[in-house]
Design a protein around this ligand. Structure first.
Ligand code: ADP
Ligand code: MG
Length: 350
């Protein structure tokens, strides 16, 4: 009863603490925050001075006294202070936003975290959420949240497979009967694609570009599998000529990007194949029927679904709005008392 009344007043929230992006959804309010998972910290005092896009703008431009950190970049908590600062910043921002009645009850929070996070780190994240003003804090592994977010039938006895290609990690999980049966998290995803583009252009054209340029060109003409010939596209990029040290513009094609990105996509495919091999045979035929669901920003790479389908000989589909799958999942969990209870008892949904 109290919970019900609290629910009407508080802004319970679901948070996707991603390696690249943090998203926050409030009950009945939709997604209200979508920011890069970046924190700018004073090196000495360890105080956060900027969080989100403001901090991201400082990447590669900050003075020595500041440290620009992506605290979860590798799917583990590399910097706990920065992670806690980020989490509490958003919880406070939502809980204490203008227009809210002062002293309203504290919110209930569901946080999606990368599945590689250790038990100790989990407890630390939970503690940070409580310290930031959460009344209750529940943790859910991101692939599970993504599966719920896109509406896979996780509670059925048949198996489903989800591949969430994020910035720092690709998380693959097979779900059945409300839990994860087998899972894998690899540190190969969007960031690695950017790196592959950088090294390809250096070796092939002798031109050095930075990460933001690599990411932009990946989004513009990146692809993982050949389409029709007339689909070939081009982009002009500016970098530094390694021979002269001076700026240089070059025109590159989508075929260039395919060549650069294929080895990265192959590693993702190898992980998917390995996980299917570990999946109990009874579930494998379900996977074949339902196909592989893709989520995360990396699933927006053009034709990545075709590359995976070609290699695995399985149907593959990209979820609607794949970058919000996890946060929508945390939002659904927030409203599902049964799921919340299971998370409370087991210390996390996985
Ligand atoms: P995380 O959950 O790890 O925070 P996201 O799901 O937010 O990550 O995905 C971020 C990654 O998706 C980044 O590497 C970004 O470059 C990549 N990305 C976003 N849009 C596209 C696109 N259209 N094509 C290819 N990659 C994309
Ligand atoms: Mg994610």
């Amino acid at each position: 009863m109290f919970d019900f009344l609290f629910g009407l007043l508080t802004r319970d929230m679901g948070i996707d603490l991603g390696t690249a992006n943090t998203l926050v959804m409030v009950r009945d309010g939709g997604i209200i925050i979508r920011e890069p998972s970046v924190v700018a910290m004073h090196k000495k005092s360890k105080k956060a001075i900027a969080i989100g896009s403001e901090a991201k703008k400082m990447l590669g431009r900050a003075p020595e006294t500041l440290e620009i950190i992506r605290p979860l970049a590798d799917g583990v908590i590399a910097d706990f202070d920065a992670t806690a600062a980020m989490l509490s910043h958003y919880i406070k921002l939502v809980h204490e936003s203008p227009g809210m009645i002062p002293k309203i009850p504290k919110p209930k929070v569901v946080v999606g975290i990368p599945s590689g996070v250790t038990e100790v780190e989990r407890r630390a994240v939970q503690g940070a959420a409580l310290a930031a003003g959460a009344r209750k804090a529940y943790l859910i592994e991101e692939p599970m949240a993504a599966a719920i977010g896109i509406g896979l039938p996780i509670n059925e006895s048949s198996g489903s497979i989800i591949v969430d290609i994020g910035g720092g990690t690709t998380e693959i999980a097979v779900t059945s009967l409300g839990g994860i049966v087998v899972k894998k998290s690899i540190r190969i995803a969007g960031d690695e694609m950017d790196e592959a583009i950088i090294s390809y252009l250096r070796l092939r054209y002798g031109v050095l570009i930075g990460q933001p340029t690599a990411e932009a060109v990946k989004i513009e003409i990146g692809n993982a599998f050949p389409g029709k010939k007339e689909e070939e596209r081009y982009a002009v990029i500016r970098g530094r000529d390694l021979e002269t040290g001076l700026p240089k513009s070059i025109k590159i094609s989508s075929a260039d990007l395919r060549e650069a990105l294929t080895p990265v996509v192959q590693q993702i495919i190898a992980a998917i194949t390995a996980l299917i091999e570990e999946t109990p045979p009874e579930l494998v035929s379900d996977l074949l029927n339902r196909g592989i669901a893709l989520a995360g920003g990396g699933s927006l790479l053009r034709h990545v679904d075709l590359a995976i389908a070609d290699a695995t000989k399985m149907p593959v589909w990209v979820a609607d709005d794949p970058m919000t799958a996890v946060v929508r999942g945390t939002g659904k969990v927030l409203m599902d008392e049964k799921l919340l209870e299971r998370i409370r008892v087991t210390g996390g949904l996985r």
